[in-house]
Design a protein around this ligand. Sequence first.
Ligand code: NI
Length: 136
Amino acid sequence: MKGNKHIVRFGVSMEDELLEKFDKLIHQKGYTNRSEAIRDLIREKLIEQAIEKDKVCFGVFSFVYDHNVRELEEKLTDFQHENFNLITSTMHIHIDKDHCLEVIIMKGKASELKKLTDKVLSFRGVKNGNLVLTSV
Ligand code: NI
């Protein structure tokens, strides 16, 4: 049936030394069992692969900029209007008198989202930022 998920159990063999390191790592990360940790590792790899294959994914792009740079705010707004097809949502936070933080949620091919991010980071007055890509 469509949408029905079956749980399959399988055994994994590895050197005790490697398993000890793995247990230590997942304990630090807060996992209470190995199965969930292994599932998350696999998901992480699949997302990495989807990004490499340039599939449609979601991007969370956050950056800080100087509020006092002339016309930057207008430039950023124009740029987002030009790319409305890739931008889902924008959040703006006034950090202090001089700085703003903007968080842009995007949906599109990984390469398109990276290109958009690089363009914004090249604007004068945009100080630092980073893009996190994810997928289901
Ligand atoms: Ni602001």
